[in-house]
Design a protein around this ligand. Sequence first.
Ligand code: ADP
Length: 566
Amino acid sequence: MSVDPAPVLRMVLSSEHDVFVLRQRGREVAAALGMDYQDQVRVATALSEIGRQVPGAEVLFAAAAGPRPHLVIVVSSAALGNQNLEGVRAAGRLMDEVRVEDERIVLTRRLPAQVDAERVGQARAELAESSPTTALDELSVQNRQLVAALEEVQAHRDELLHLNAELEETNKGVMALYTQLSEELEQTNQGVVALYAELDERSAQLREANEAKSRFLANVSHELRAPVTAIIGLTRLLLDPRSEPLTSEQTHQLDLVQGSAADLLARVNDLLDLAKAESGRIEPNWGPIDLAAVFGQLRGTLRPLARPEVELAVDEPPAAGLVSDELLLTQILRNLLTNALKFTDTGTVGMGAWVDGERLYIAVADTGLGIPFAEQARVFEEFHQVRGARQAGGTGLGLPYARRLATLLGGALTMVSEPGEGSTFTLSLPLRPAVPEVDDDGPLPQVERALVVDDDPAARHLLRQLLAGIAGQVSEAADVRSGLAIAVREHPSVIFLDLRMPGGDGTELLADLAGLDDVAGIPVFVVTAADLSDFRADELAHARSVLVKEHLTRRAVVDLVAGIAR
Ligand code: ADP
């Protein structure tokens, strides 16, 4: 609801002097209506700006109470149209609204919320009683206002100076802190760099010490092996029924010597194996592995070691198509099984295998002594044997050696054991060896295209791996007929050929190739596990060379291809 403004005061600007009166009255009206000091000055200044330019004008002060109380000042003058209304713009900045209509200017400014009709009435009464003062009075009021304004400006400036000083001090503090932190950071960095240098040096020293240890082990083992072998040989000679007869005591003593020497030789061999594995001198002989045969052989040879109360249960392994080193794999498993049989008095020693993704897992589990938790990490350390456990001979080298071999084969050996309940050792191996690391110094020999003819997919896969980086493309054939077809079609630069294949021997392909001018010149390498004495020399005459599958290594392939690429 809007309430019509009620007049509070009326006046006419009859002379120049009245501009001062207008200013003064404006301030008085503002004060009577409860405006604060600043607003009073605003109203007074706005009116004096306008009053200067409208001599003879009539000025009406009115106040509207109601929900949004406001002051309305109407300045009416017939001469308004001709005026340069610069003062109106100035007043506009001081009031809420300044509107110029036909012959009047209307200025509005909000009043405090509590101004009501009663307060407006009181203001009107107060103003009716007060009389305007002189120009001089108004000038002194203005002066006072100016002084007050100046004081306020000064106070603001002082406060600003104070704030600036504080800010500068804070800045200095921040800079000091920053410098200190930077220095600390630099010092820490230097420390870290020094630490790393020391670490590098330490690990170089460790590496050297480790290499020295491996060299020492290898040398000592070699040196020990010769005399021990001699002792065994000589003892055998003495015990030979064809030698001079011995007393039964002498025979008994020599039996003991022979037994001890055999033990000693076994230990020395353990040492030598480990030294070789550590120095990386064992290079796996990759080849397809018949897991069932390996498991069968281990079952057969180790069963006699089991105590009567222990069952050796070797499961049938899955047909995994594993490509690895049969000898090394057998050594690892024999080691694990021998330990299990050694440390199990009753129950079972079992071995089983399964495939998961691209890996084969073989677990050897027993229901034996188990290994105390505190010792579990240490049993893979060289020479470590569990203290307090039954002394069962051994060197403490079996497990570290097995783990080394597992690593060499691209796999890992892990263990879980519950003291008193038993242990499970799990070997995980990649089904296929990773692309072999090339340790050749020079560049690899290069051929455009190779053909591999072999019925065994694992063997083909192995060759493909061994040819990585050497042959631009590798084609595969699973039998002689498709081998010939591919050879004629693709003209490979080299052929790797298996001998024993269902549906036709490799020798037939050799003969067929030799009979066709087009392909007769392609070098063929025979790679076979077959017994070569089964073949006549002329059957293999067209082969560039014959390689036993066991000797098929990266090195061998590099050398063979280098021979033809030259
Ligand atoms: P060792 O030649 O003494 O058998 P290993 O390195 O093979 O050397 O084993 C180290 C030690 O780990 C063994 O002496 C034995 O205390 C403990 N150990 C290994 N395998 C087993 C097992 N299956 N059950 C209980 N203890 C075992």
